[in-house]
Design a protein around this ligand. Structure first.
Ligand SMILES: *Cc1c(COP(=O)(O)O)cnc(C)c1O
Length: 495
């Protein structure tokens, strides 16, 4: 199966798509066909340990990789998770479940893909004959950065440079990044917001002069952002896994299926759920939960994507995004593979800041997705309700999903079983979680974790406890238009 760029560039193989990260025309690589799983396939999946489930799912999605070859990679990738279930499903009341994706080393769902990506990347380099060093460039709204630094640290033949918005991430997220060890890791804060950082990285990928600089250093660029096909595929795996568990445990039926609510920023996680649905998983409605940056809520409701609005900093910083990159893959699907149409939408977004879907696409999108948003007040209230009523401690991103899923049930009356996706450990955002449930919050963000642990009895992960005393190793700050220089300076420093 070939993979094509959403903007029409020539088809490539899966390993090529992974090494390149993004199409030469700025488009995202998409599979041109999807395998279909049967009820028996889900039953078989439920009998396997998580890494074997992931290997099977990845072999279906990535041509050129066999299940046998992927299994040792998945075993290594998921060995560092704090539960053998890797992506466990917890039960709440009223036929509601939580898919916990934060059990990896950096405490957010990005680990699910970014612990796997380096294995896929080095194998792909081998398969494509790429011998240059692969220089990963990544913009982060907070969680991708640390997950990429952790995943690629000291991986032979690679380096990783992470850009995060200065003042735009949580104290814990920043400390996690600036304390990263590894001889091939670089971190810089950008004076701008996440969209600025993401746009800056995309611009470097398209900059011929920067490509020459890289070539002269014997390096080639790739991306660890969710635009990389190698990020998307491992994310599809946990939806197939969760549905297999729910079916095997009799919590959902094949006929009734399940709705899934995903706290969304760049549209990567929820897009993976949509792929799982297309692969035959009995997934009904996809509920797209945004924070006050509600560009996707409006888009799903009206068919108009309009980024010309104020950017809000919220207590769910990893979702403070106005330009959702992965939406481009869904637009390609909505347009039935019409790359010219996708190019036109993206051109309008770039030049005018907005585009409008045609009527057919609007109807299709609204039947698949529901869009809602929660501001910080509603998010904190939902965190409090989940704690008081269910003794479930949710982080603010997950809180957004709790809030929107409650709105969804109220608004539609739809009582289909519900799977809420939990994307971060509450201890990654201890101060805001403590405030939401009424625990006195110490000034120091790192002491907040101790207070939260004492008040709730929910154990704090070791990775958070260690953080306070780790030395800061990265202090680079750059302007929005100085990101290329910052990459080169990082390489020069590590000579
Ligand atoms: C990245 C992130 C999100 C948003 O995921 P997308 O794939 O960008 O939509 C939500 N919550 C947390 C904690 C994240 O790190």
């Amino acid at each position: 199966m070939p993979y094509i760029s959403t903007r029409g560039a020539a088809p490539v193989t899966a390993p090529e798509a992974i090494v390149r990260g993004i199409g030469p025309d700025g488009g995202l690589y998409v599979p041109t066909s999807l395998p279909r799983l049967t009820r028996a396939d889900f039953a078989a999946l439920a009998l396997l340990p998580y890494p074997a489930r992931a290997a099977r799912a990845l072999a279906l999605l990535l041509d050129g990789f066999s299940e046998d070859e992927l299994l040792p990679m998945a075993n290594a990738a998921y060995a560092r998770f704090d539960t053998p279930a890797v992506a466990p499903v917890a039960a709440l009341t009223e036929r509601r479940y939580v898919l916990e994706l934060f059990h990896g080393p950096t405490l957010a769902f990005k680990d699910m893909a970014l612990q796997m990506l380096p294995h896929l990347m080095t194998a792909s380099a081998r398969k494509t004959g790429e011998t240059r060093e692969i220089a990963i460039l990544t913009a982060t709204s907070g969680d991708t950065g640390k997950a990429a630094l952790e995943g690629f640290r000291d991986v032979e033949g690679t380096s990783v440079t992470v850009f995060y918005p200065l003042g735009g991430v949580s104290a814990v997220q920043e400390k996690q990044m600036v304390t990263s060890r590894g001889k091939n890791v670089h971190v810089a804060a950008v004076k701008g917001n996440f969209d600025d950082a993401q746009t800056g990285v995309k611009a470097l990928f398209a900059d011929p002069a920067f490509a020459r600089d890289m070539a002269s250093l014997g390096k080639t660029l790739s991306s660890a952002n969710s635009i990389n096909l190698g990020r998307l595929a491992p994310q599809v795996a946990y939806y197939l896994s969760a549905v297999a568990d729910l079916l095997a445990q009799g919590r959902i039926t094949w006929e009734e299926g399940v709705n899934i609510c995903v706290p969304t920023g760049n549209f990567g996680n929820i897009l993976a759920a949509w792929y799982a649905k297309r692969m035959g998983a009995p997934i009904r409605r996809l509920i797209c939960a945004s924070n006050r940056n509600d560009v996707l809520t409006d888009f799903i409701r009206t068919g108009v994507y309009d980024r010309r609005r104020e950017f809000h900093k919220t207590i769910s910083p990893s979702m403070d995004i106005l330009i959702s990159s992965n939406l481009e893959r869904y637009l390609w699907e909505l347009s039935e593979g019409d790359c010219a149409q996708v190019r036109s939408y993206m051109e309008q977004l770039k030049i005018e800041g907005a585009y409008t879907l045609n009527e057919m696409s609007k109807v299709h999108m609204r039947s698949a997705f529901f869009g809602g948003f929660a501001d910080d007040g509603a998010t904190a209230a939902a965190i409090r309700r989940a704690w008081v009523r269910e003794r479930y401690l949710a982080d603010p991103h997950t809180g957004v999903a709790f809030s929107v899923s409650e709105d969804y049930r109220r608004e539609t009356g739809d009582a289909t079983p519900l799977l809420i996706v939990s994307t971060a450990s509450p201890y990654k955002f201890s101060a805001d979680v403590a405030a939401a449930i009424g625990v006195p919050v110490p000034e120091d963000a790192f002491d907040a974790a101790d207070s939260l642990e004492q008040a709730t009895g929910v154990p704090a992960p070791q990775a958070v406890k260690e953080l306070k005393s780790l030395p800061v190793l990265h202090t680079r700050v750059c302007e929005k238009d100085g990101m290329g220089r910052a990459v080169l300076d990082g390489f020069a420093d590590s000579q």
